[in-house]
Design a protein around this ligand. Structure first.
Ligand code: UDP
Ligand code: MN
Length: 243
């Protein structure tokens, strides 16, 4: 089973992103989608969306502590979702793989196919990262398989494991083997590397997946906020849709 952990929060384009991700996941076998609302309570719209989405899922909620939502975090590390990710981890069994799938990225189903070969921690490159066309591990082929040779990273390349949340997936059992918790107190931008350091404890190593150097299979996309300058200025239409 592949467990995808997706934090999500209310905004104009929330259902745009959830719809796109959901419809990608409908093409992926053996997937369990853990969707965690960054909110004090369940939203009825997300609840209905999940019930109708057709993907095997768990729906949770956990509000990110206000501390994490501060100005610095917003600016440098908008990902946040720390609480959400951590909650998702706790709910996992020890079988299968875990992948943190932000709701606004774009995923090729080929990525999910290739993930199945991960033994401990699989890593790969992500499109549009750190002000570059792509970022992540560099590798060369050896008789023993692909070997990690370095990193191609725009932002803070001195981090021990300078990866994006979308750049890795791992065996769920590592969480329990290494007693890993999500580093909720991580300074902005250090969440991934701190988490990986913990995960790498016993019996785990980074397995480079992207030896096919011509391809990127996940992109760090963002959905543009629509222009809503006239919203609320016209008389309210009947049957306002949920969008
Ligand atoms: N997110 C959240 N609460 C927030 C901000 C973001 O749950 O206050 C979720 C968001 O829906 C996404 C993930 O956390 O699944 C990463 O957020 P975002 O895409 O804004 O981060 P960025 O792409 O800028 O790193
Ligand atoms: Mn994003």
């Amino acid at each position: 089973m592949l467990y995808l952990i997706t934090p999500t929060y209310a905004r104009e384009t929330q259902f745009v992103d959830l719809t796109r991700l959901c419809q990608t996941l409908l093409l992926v076998p053996r997937v369990h989608w853990i969707v965690i609302e960054d909110a004090e309570d369940f939203s009825p719209h997300v609840t209905q969306f999940m019930a109708e989405c057709g993907v095997n899922y768990s729906h949770l909620h956990a509000a990110t502590p206000p501390l994490r939502k501060g100005r610095i975090c917003q600016k440098i590390d908008r990902r946040i979702g720390c609480t959400e990710h951590r909650l998702g981890l706790r709910r996992n069994g020890n079988e299968g793989l875990v992948y943190f799938a932000d709701d606004d990225n774009t995923y090729s189903i080929e990525l999910f196919k290739r993930m199945r070969s991960i033994k401990t921690i699989g890593i790969w490159r992500v499109g549009f990262l750190g002000k570059m066309r792509y970022g992540g591990p560099l590798s060369e082929m050896t008789p023993e398989g692909p070997k990690l040779t370095g990193w191609h990273v725009g932002w803070d390349p001195n981090r021990p494991y300078p990866l994006d949340m979308a750049s890795f997936a791992f065996a769920a059992r590592l969480i329990e083997d290494n007693e890993v918790h999500f580093p909720i107190q991580a300074p902005p931008g250090q969440l991934e590397t701190m988490f990986l350091e913990r995960l790498l404890g016993r019996n785990a190593k980074l397995e480079v997946m992207d030896t096919d150097v011509t391809r990127v299979l996940v992109w760090h996309t963002r959905t543009e906020r629509p222009s809503l300058g006239l919203e609320g200025k016209l008389p309210e239409a009947p049957n306002t849709p949920v969008i």
